[in-house]
Design a protein around this ligand. Structure first.
Ligand code: C2E
Ligand code: MG
Ligand code: MG
Length: 417
């Protein structure tokens, strides 16, 4: 046994039948590593975790924690962020983005402090599950552990979740062979509770590695100057998908960088694709991604204005993550403001986040824009966003991005007509 680590039980990696809130359900036993310098608190937490059918390991200091981490390969870490000598912030930095476990932060220091630490954990690439303010309530643990099961499946084996495989960057050949495929993520109208559209999110269907997410290949696409070709493939798939829906209501959003928007060839491709599928421009949302601190180049601004005049819907993506957000709002006639998912996490428990979102929806309204929130991962966030006046929600809680055929089926079952 690891020095300083108290092993409470040993039956991990199995599916168990657990009685929770009276209802029996099948769930996964998780190995949970606890770090808290207060022995009593740590052991109480361990007892609560064990009562939920999981396997806790208790550590009281940094060294024992890292030893236990290496030895037990836990699924979940519960880390106290206030400890003498080593604070939790140091530990989170040390865990870095190599740690695959999901992280829960505990503290008695108040909500804002915890929020700040959670953000820095995300900054370091950790898979953050949430916070447990002290004194820890059993219902709060149960809620987070229930979320862990859903989140855990995101990291491995989900249709959308390719591993961080270091694929070779032969994107040009992949483009020629038609290996890029748009998945479609439904968007839920919060006023009617029906699906009002989709976002096209490209995946690489790799012959050896399976589905690969954009973060793994977009940089190569960009550096090799292939975005126009990729966008043209995505546009074609998006329009074909729209035509297949046989309904004139939903829209599909397509992501395009400012550089491609400035290219006159892009506009020609856009118009010809829309016409080829017998659609009108208002069925397409052009999402301009926030990248870097620089303002939109003037030729991109002009191209966007002309697109808007032609009837395309313009969206400012990842709003709030770049320093030019506000500048963009006034320079381009956007119709949709997409609030970045970093604002959505924690909306149910953070008054500050709610204030920001509420004021963004008011700002959007005053500029005759509608708001879409990305990254909605649970019911409490969805309910909160509805109360805050957001128009549209998108996120794993509603549905994950999925292949066109599946999205068509989902639309059939959850649309108004
Ligand atoms: P984005 O446009 O902001 O797209 C939203 C991202 O959030 C997608 O990641 C989506 O799968 C993910 N997402 C959706 N719901 C949730 C949720 O509830 N929780 C979490 N944690 N994530 C959620 P994805 O598909 O990996 O795409 C990443 C980015 O790649 C996109 O961010 C977009 O900027 C870019 N991208 C995707 N497709 C294209 C494309 O065809 N062209 C270009 N230029 N960029 C693209
Ligand atoms: Mg987008
Ligand atoms: Mg976004």
């Amino acid at each position: 046994m690891i020095s300083g680590a108290m092993h409470i039980a040993e039956t991990s990696g199995t599916r168990r039948r657990a009685a929770s809130h009276g209802a029996a359900k099948t769930s996964l036993t998780q190995k949970i590593l606890i770090l808290d310098d207060d022995r009593l608190v740590a052991q109480t937490l361990a007892a609560q975790v064990a009562a939920e059918g999981h396997v806790p390991f208790v550590t009281l200091d940094r060294d024992a924690f890292f030893q236990s981490l290496a030895h037990h390969d836990p699924d979940i870490l519960i880390i106290d962020i206030c400890m003498p000598g080593h604070d939790g912030v140091d530990i989170i930095r040390e865990l870095g983005d190599t740690c695959a476990a999901q992280v829960i932060v505990t503290s008695g220091m108040g909500r804002r402090m915890i929020e700040t630490v959670l953000r820095s954990a995300e900054h370091y690439g950790l898979n953050v599950l949430g916070a447990l303010p002290k004194p820890v309530r059993r219902s709060a643990i149960q809620e987070l552990l229930a979320r862990a099961e859903t989140h855990g499946s995101v990291r491995s084996g989900s249709p959308d979740g390719a591993d961080r495989t270091n694929v070779g960057a032969d994107v040009c050949k992949a483009l020629e062979q038609g290996q890029f495929e748009s998945f479609f993520q439904p968007k839920l109208c919060l006023h009617t509770d029906t699906i009002c559209g989709f976002e096209a999110l490209v995946r690489w269907r790799h012959p050896n590695f399976g589905i690969i997410l954009p973060q793994m290949f977009l940089p190569q696409i960009m550096t090799q100057g292939l975005e126009a070709r990729l966008t043209s493939a995505v546009l074609d798939q998006a329009c074909r998908f729209l035509r297949g829906l046989k309904n004139r209501a939903p829209r599909v959003a397509v992501n395009v960088s400012a550089a491609t928007i400035s290219d006159p060839a892009f506009r020609r491709t856009l118009d010809s694709t829309v016409a080829r599928y017998g659609l009108t421009p208002d069925r397409l949302i052009i999402e301009v991604t926030e990248v870097g601190p620089e303002a939109l180049p003037q030729d991109a601004v002009e191209a966007l204005v002309r697109m808007r005049m032609a009837g395309y819907v313009l969206s400012i993506d990842d709003f709030g993550t770049g320093v030019s957000s506000l500048q963009r709002l006034v320079s381009v006639p956007f119709s949709e403001l997409k609030i970045d998912r970093s604002f959505v996490r924690g909306v149910a428990r953070s008054q500050e986040t709610r204030e920001v979102i509420h004021n963004l929806t008011r700002l959007a309204l005053s500029l005759e824009m509608f708001t879409t929130v990305e990254g909605v991962e649970d019911e409490s966030a969805l309910a909160c966003l509805r109360d805050l006046g957001c128009d549209v929600a998108q996120g794993y809680h509603i549905a994950r991005p999925m292949p066109a055929a599946a999205a068509t089926q989902v639309y059939g079952s959850r649309s108004s007509g």
